[in-house]
Design a protein around this ligand. Structure first.
Ligand code: PBG
Length: 321
């Protein structure tokens, strides 16, 4: 008989044998930004997450910095009146995201700033690419994504993070950055699945599609190898870091990506639906929230993610290990 229980006799022994630890530097914390003054808006579907106006960011940034979290991912939530079919608000050099990047870089220079690069936040139809009739067009979207990325990079973003799932988006952005003489890095949402777990985010960001769904560009989860092929193509096109999204239901893809591309840093996004499910289950006393989010985040890291984008980042660090 092989005895395993000696590894588990008491807390100190269990700690000694545990070899997966999620730590503050692993986290990328998402931030939703709105226009206006003195705004800290509650998001009903994401308890504990807020939309901030730029003038209210400093406390939030000071808090995450004090916790040791040094990376943020920005989402600009703009007024519907500014949206149009072409998403032109996305590449205004004075856009909400650009102003936020400049603010953070000036006041919190040690924070690494990632920006989401997509059209769904800026188009009146809420899709991630340009429309031709009722079809989302790939190639005409590429220069728009490149312009959005370039505006964020010129404002000082450290990483741009294309999430539109258009073929060739990493290459288009890389070329735009290179010709502008910028060394901004690219974190590509490479293997992003068409998932029902994005529901609360679309409420938070006001980016729900006005018709149809995203299945013609985001990946079908009934595929085993496409995610790996997407990641390989993005690395080839010049992505510095790659991502699998969502996380909990794609641990197999995370694991395989970590093994297949050991030299490329891998991030995983514990998305809004994953967070909201745990919050709601805890609210209904179905489970212990703290134990549940620790288990979930540790599993994501154990699968092979080096970085985790999570709405739980602050709580995880605050509660200690
Ligand atoms: C698109 C984008 C989405 C998320 C991040 N970037 C929504 C979508 O693709 O439908 C979802 C993140 C989450 O659910 O937490 N710009």
């Amino acid at each position: 008989m092989k005895r395993f229980r000696p590894y588990r006799t008491d807390a100190a022994t269990r700690e000694q044998y545990s070899d997966v630890q999620v730590q503050a530097p692993d986290f990328i914390y998402p931030l939703f930004i709105v226009e206006g003054k003195n705004q800290q808006q509650i998001i009903n579907t994401l308890p504990g997450v807020f939309r901030f106006s730029i003038d209210r960011l400093s406390d939030e940034l000071a808090e995450i910095t004090a916790l040791g979290i040094s990376k943020v991912l920005l989402f600009g939530v703009i007024d519907d009146a500014l949206k149009n079919p072409e998403g032109t608000a996305g590449y205004d050099p004075d856009s909400l995201v650009c102003r936020t990047v400049r603010y953070i870089k000036q006041h919190f220079p040690r924070i690494t700033v990632f920006t989401d690069v997509c059209l769904c936040e800026y188009t009146s139809h809420g899709h991630c690419g340009l429309l031709h009739g009722d079809q989302i067009e790939n190639d005409s979207t590429l220069p728009v994504l490149a312009r959005i990325a370039l505006s964020h990079a010129q404002a000082g973003a450290d990483f741009v993070a294309p999430s539109a799932m258009m073929d060739g988006q990493v290459q288009a952005i890389r070329e735009a950055l290179t010709s502008a003489g910028l060394k901004t890095k690219i974190l590509s949402y490479s293997a992003k699945y068409a998932s029902s777990f994005y529901g609360p985010f679309r409420d938070a960001a006001g980016s729900a599609p006005s018709f149809g769904d995203r299945k013609s560009y985001q990946m079908d989860y009934r595929t085993r190898d496409q995610g790996l092929a997407e990641i390989a193509a993005d690395i080839e096109e010049g992505a510095d870091w790659v991502m699998v999204k969502p996380a909990q239901t794609y641990l197999d893809i995370i694991q395989r990506a970590a093994v297949a591309f050991p030299k490329t840093p891998l991030a995983a996004y514990q998305v809004s639906g994953e967070y909201a499910m745990l919050k709601n289950a805890a609210e209904s006393h179905l489970l212990n929230e703290e134990q549940a989010f620790k288990e979930s985040l540790t599993a994501i890291k154990r699968a092979g993610a080096q970085y985790i984008i999570s709405y739980y980042a602050k709580e995880f660090i605050r509660k200690g290990l």
